[in-house]
Write a protein that binds this ligand. Structure first.
Ligand SMILES: [Fe+2]
Length: 392
């Protein structure tokens, strides 16, 4: 079903060149040269460096005679200080470009460093919120190299940064923050352990489901989202069960990228309102929190747009022949519950969330700007109901 508001005028912008293939990381120096970057700052976290995932990047740069610096200060849920330290290193070393290697945290940090470098002020001033400044400058050339298949941040127009003072993860973004080139090589994903594959893969699936069903959906993002859902349905179990399955790794890398494209320039929905606010309060991995909340949110939401949820069931491989639209929509919810069970994703209680936190968590989720796009109207009580169902 097409929404009337969408037909009144909309746009889709993707400023990122997307390269993908098995083993293509060895050619990254060519991309850096094409961008006329002479001294990139590689932005990564210590885990990525220990796993030797920046090694092929360094080898390619060295072979091409390109000087570089490594910023290894990225943490999970990067905060303002992590970004500021990276900006300092970038400026002190006269860098002229960025290479983010890692998951969402590395790519978000690199984007936020880009904002600080190009705008000359802290990224907090550019929060996507009322009363803050819009981005006005393009960030320096940025190459994103995802080492997980999930966040899609290699192609999204968003970065999420934590403001410790408010215990809040805020968004900044728009086309000016997008990477210039994304280099997606599934060989970098084969060493990911099953629980990370599961959490990040559910994050990809959730981006696609939320963006397909949210009020900001448009035909361009719907097309990307549906294939992202199909690939996740087909490949996530295989990638979790057999890390070396390169076809499954490639399929999930494409799922994550397509889901990132479906993010468009708008936002997601209730799962991301819940998990981003939760992640601001306690240190839970984003993907794991998403895996624990996606099906309960779908159970609440499907009635807001049954036709689209029926299509999600089909994309996930459910045989909906003979079902009416409402049965098919409910089947999409069951399919996601089953997927989460098959890949052994932890529940909210296993992640350390307790029921006495629900009142605060529901209020914070309601205040999150991503509540606005949710396919079913939702208030604080609605969030409390979803959170409670996560404990049943
Ligand atoms: Fe996410």
């Amino acid at each position: 079903m097409l929404r009337f508001e969408q037909m009144q005028g909309n746009a889709f912008e993707l400023p990122t060149k997307i390269k993908h293939g098995i083993g293509i990381i060895k050619d990254i120096a060519e991309d850096v040269k094409d961008l006329k970057v002479t001294k990139p700052l590689i932005v990564a976290d210590p885990g990525v460096i220990d796993a030797k995932l920046i090694q092929p990047v360094e080898e390619s740069l060295k072979a091409a005679g390109i000087d570089y610096k490594v910023y290894d200060g990225v943490t999970a849920d990067p905060d303002l200080e992590v970004v500021a330290n990276g900006t300092k290193m970038y400026n002190q070393n006269n860098c002229d470009g960025l290479i983010a290697v890692g998951g969402g945290s590395s790519m978000d940090t690199a984007k936020a460093i880009g904002v600080e470098v190009s705008h000359g002020g802290p990224v907090l001033e550019y929060e996507a919120a009322e009363g803050k400044k819009p981005l006005s400058e393009r960030i320096p050339p940025l190459v994103t190299v995802p080492t997980t298949a999930g966040t899609g941040r290699e192609v999204t127009l968003w970065a999420v940064i934590k403001d410790p003072a408010r215990e809040f993860k805020f968004n900044t973004g728009g086309p000016l923050i997008a990477a210039h080139v994304a280099v997606i090589d599934p060989e970098l994903h084969v060493s990911m352990p099953p629980h990370i594959t599961a959490g990040t893969g559910m994050d990809a699936l959730c981006h696609a489901i939320e963006c397909y069903t949210c009020h900001y959906a448009q035909p361009t993002t719907d097309a990307a989202a549906l294939l992202a859902i199909e690939y996740a349905g087909k490949y996530l179990r295989r990638a979790v069960a057999n890390g070396q399955d390169i076809e499954a790794r490639y399929g999930m890398a494409m799922s994550a990228m397509l889901a990132g494209i479906s993010y468009g320039s708008d936002s997601a929905g209730a799962v991301h309102a819940m998990t981003q606010t939760l992640g601001g309060i306690i240190p839970v991995p984003h993907g794991a929190a998403v895996a624990a909340t996606t099906a309960p949110v779908m159970e609440y939401n499907w009635i807001g747009d049954p036709h689209k949820y029926a299509r999600i069931a089909q994309a996930l491989g459910v045989d909906t022949f003979g079902m009416d639209v409402h049965e098919a929509a409910r089947a999409s919810v069951d399919a996601v519950y089953q997927l989460v069970e098959d890949i052994d994703a932890p529940t909210l209680s296993e992640l350390g969330v307790t029921e006495d936190m629900i009142t605060r968590l529901a209020q914070e989720a309601f205040n999150d700007p991503q509540t606005v796009g949710n396919p079913r109207d939702i208030d604080v009580e609605g969030y409390e109901r979803i959170y409670r169902s996560c404990f049943e």
